[in-house]
Design a protein around this ligand. Structure first.
Ligand SMILES: Nc1ncnc2c1ncn2[C@@H]1O[C@H](COP(=O)(O)OP(=O)(O)OP(=O)(O)O)[C@@H](O)[C@H]1O
Ligand SMILES: [Mg+2]
Length: 503
């Protein structure tokens, strides 16, 4: 269907058109010229009336002209050229001749464009909504994904849709579940494997234990004593010269021996004692985090399942350590696996999903989880480790990590600072696309990156399974509460009457 014709000076990357219909922003069009079949997208539409120009200052005149029946409006618009359909969407070298007809791309053409090799079916085009949009699973696994939106924009729904689609391929997915949203989730294409958020301290690094025991980076002397004890404890474990399998207790005992050595100056003793106390505190405060009988936590990851690490009861420090612990070990085990070393652990690739990425990989603060998130973002693809960062505050997510997310799903995002930041982290996010972000409805998104041939506006489908992420019906909760209270009061009244008391 022809909707208009090119006018004015055309470029090979954009052109203007005039139309006698009302097309929609975001609609795809075809422009045939010089034997090419060029795909474009409508980026901008203007509606005007020559008789009602800006130089009229009298409202009565405007009312009169507007009242004339055969009032001639015009519709002008701008099209961004996306590429030649017959030549792998390469941008043409020659602009279209003015006057060339503009046709709306029909569904068959669009379906062909949004077909990919390993499809994850995540939604439909916003404007041409009987066209389903698929993104490529391999591209996401290799080149990561960011899901960004203001709060309530539809991030968790998107995550659930993607999980369910990925489970079709038996992809092992691992989610750091900050709010316990996925603990009782149900998916069509696979089940849940709950992983306890506990670590055996013997698998923890020097930095991980240091972080949890609150030995500050500037307490150099304490750090030195702790390093010495950590090394010694490891040596004792290697030699089999320990009476317990509790690694923290072994560190504790080493420190105690150091402390009791009478030859030490008082300053040293004070520092050793400080570290000893911190290790004591650590063992007491994080009893729930440590499990000395546990094998490596990564051994629990199962293929074809959503592996859920419930962090809803874990404080921020422990969450940070768990994330860094798991990512650090993943990289190590996957390196070993790729180099042909026989390990029972992580013999398969994994896709990691991190909600609240701005907490785990903050922009302005150093954190261990950030260090390992960056490493996986940079090197993960060599070892089959994919990463999905989810955040409602993109501008506070580490820029380095975010710019390694070569695929993005950006839902409604209103704050200009967030928008600029995301744009600076992504090559393919044009200003025209950015301008669409505030007007998106819940569940509508821009998708871009290697997972799709062209950046596009889509409506993410609604996840039909079960999670606990949606809004709470506060009014209903409160009225239920009130009802329960009333019943309780009534019951107490009856009970006391039965006992012969007059209320
Ligand atoms: N694509 C969609 N289709 C229909 N409803 C949706 C869609 N996306 C989200 N919703 C609804 O909008 C609400 C908020 O969605 P969701 O929980 O996914 O947002 P969020 O971005 O994860 O929010 P938060 O920042 O609070 O975590 C939910 O009740 C959900 O059912
Ligand atoms: Mg959410």
């Amino acid at each position: 269907m022809i909707i208009g014709r090119c006018i004015g000076e055309t470029h090979h990357y954009e052109l203007h058109f005039i139309s006698d219909q009302m097309p929609q922003i975001g609609e795809y069009v075809i422009i045939n010229y010089d034997g090419k079949k060029i795909l474009g997208v409508i980026e901008n539409i203007i509606r005007g009336n020559l008789a009602l120009n800006r130089e009229i200052y009298d409202i009565k005149t405007v009312e009169m002209i507007a009242g004339i029946e055969e009032n001639e409006y015009y519709i002008k618009g701008k099209i961004k050229i996306l590429g030649d359909l017959n030549d792998n969407l390469k941008i043409p070298r020659i602009p279209a001749p003015p006057g060339t007809p503009i046709e709306i791309a029909d569904n068959e053409i669009l379906k062909e464009i949004f077909k990919v090799d390993n499809p994850l079916n995540i939604g439909n085009l916003i404007n041409q909504n009987d066209v389903e949009v698929e993104v490529d699973a391999n591209s996401i696994l290799n080149r990561h994904l960011a899901i960004l939106a203001m709060t309530g924009g539809g991030k968790s729904n998107t995550v659930s849709v993607i999980i369910d689609e990925m489970l079709k391929y038996n992809i092992p997915i691992f989610i750091f579940d900050m709010h316990g949203e996925y603990v009782g989730a149900e998916f069509k294409n696979g089940s849940i494997n709950l992983i306890q958020p506990t670590i055996n301290p013997k698998y923890m690094s020097f930095n991980e234990i240091k972080k949890l025991s609150n030995i500050s980076n500037i307490a150099h002397k304490q750090e030195r004593w702790f390093r010495r004890a950590f090394k010694k404890a490891n040596k004792l474990v290697e030699e089999g010269a320990t009476s317990t399998n509790d690694f923290l207790k072994i560190i504790h005992d080493v420190l105690k021996v150091l402390y009791e050595d009478d030859d030490k100056p008082a300053d040293d003793k004070n520092n050793i004692l400080a570290v000893l106390n911190k290790i004591d505190d650590l063992m007491e405060k994080y009893t729930n985090l440590f499990n000395t009988n546990k094998e490596n936590i990564l051994g629990n990851i199962e293929i074809g399942k959503l592996n859920v690490l419930d962090l809803s009861q874990t404080d921020e420090y422990a969450a940070e350590v768990l994330v860094s612990h798991i990512l650090r070990n993943s990289l190590q085990y996957r390196k070993n696996a790729i180099h042909g070393e026989l390990t029972e652990i992580l013999e398969f690739p994994v896709f990691y999903i991190l909600e609240e990425a701005h907490i785990l990989a903050p922009n302005k603060r150093d954190s261990q989880s950030k260090f390992w998130i960056r490493r996986i973002a940079r090197e993960g693809r060599k070892f089959g480790l994919g990463l999905c960062l989810v955040s409602q505050s993109p501008k506070t997510v580490d820029h380095d990590a975010l710019s390694q997310m070569n695929n993005m799903i950006i839902l409604r995002l209103v704050e200009p600072e967030d928008q600029r930041y995301v744009q600076s982290a992504s090559e393919s996010l044009s200003t025209d696309l950015i301008n669409q972000l505030p007007s998106l409805n819940v569940g509508e998104a821009i998708i871009l990156g290697l997972m799709t041939k062209i950046p596009t506006l889509i409506k993410i489908k609604e996840f039909k399974g079960k999670t606990y992420g949606g809004d709470i019906d506060v009014i209903k909760e409160l009225s239920n509460f009130q009802e329960k209270e009333n019943k309780e009061i009534q019951k107490q009244k009856e009970d006391s009457l039965n006992l012969g008391y007059d209320y």
